[in-house]
Design a protein around this ligand. Sequence first.
Ligand SMILES: [Zn+2]
Ligand SMILES: [Zn+2]
Length: 174
Amino acid sequence: MTLEPSDPSAGTRPAEPAEEPSLVRCARHPEVETGLRCGRCDTPICPRCLVLTPVGARCRDCARLRRLPLFEAAPRHYLLAVLAGVFSAALGAVALLFLPAFGFLTLLLYLALGYGVGEAVSLATNRKRATGLAVVAAGCAGLGALAPALLRLSPPLAVLAIALAGAGAWGRMR
Ligand SMILES: [Zn+2]
Ligand SMILES: [Zn+2]
């Protein structure tokens, strides 16, 4: 039997030596000791590698994995975004040129144009939420609003209308 019933040091020994974070070396920077680990894959990470995400600390790889499907856009997404943005903005511009004006309420139509352009771009890009795509959508909406706003509204309202169109698209994309 290996029982040691009367070992006097058994009860007084510090019980939890593992409680303080054991220092390991960063997976990417072997010269850096760290107590941090990626919350997903458990890779040791140093503060330089640490990426803070809404769900906690992540290593670069895991943070990128998480971002890729929704937040990163490939060049073809920009192409699709521009096509959808230009097409929908042109449609909206034609509609705004021929729709009767309702005075101040007409501004809501420009907001709707922006929203529509944002929706079209969002659909064309598989609902990606990249900032660059939102910029494309807002730019197309603003350009689409340009002609009807300048032709049909007084200058201060035209500026407001163009801004609203851009904001509508931006809001739809973010
Ligand atoms: Zn990781
Ligand atoms: Zn590192």
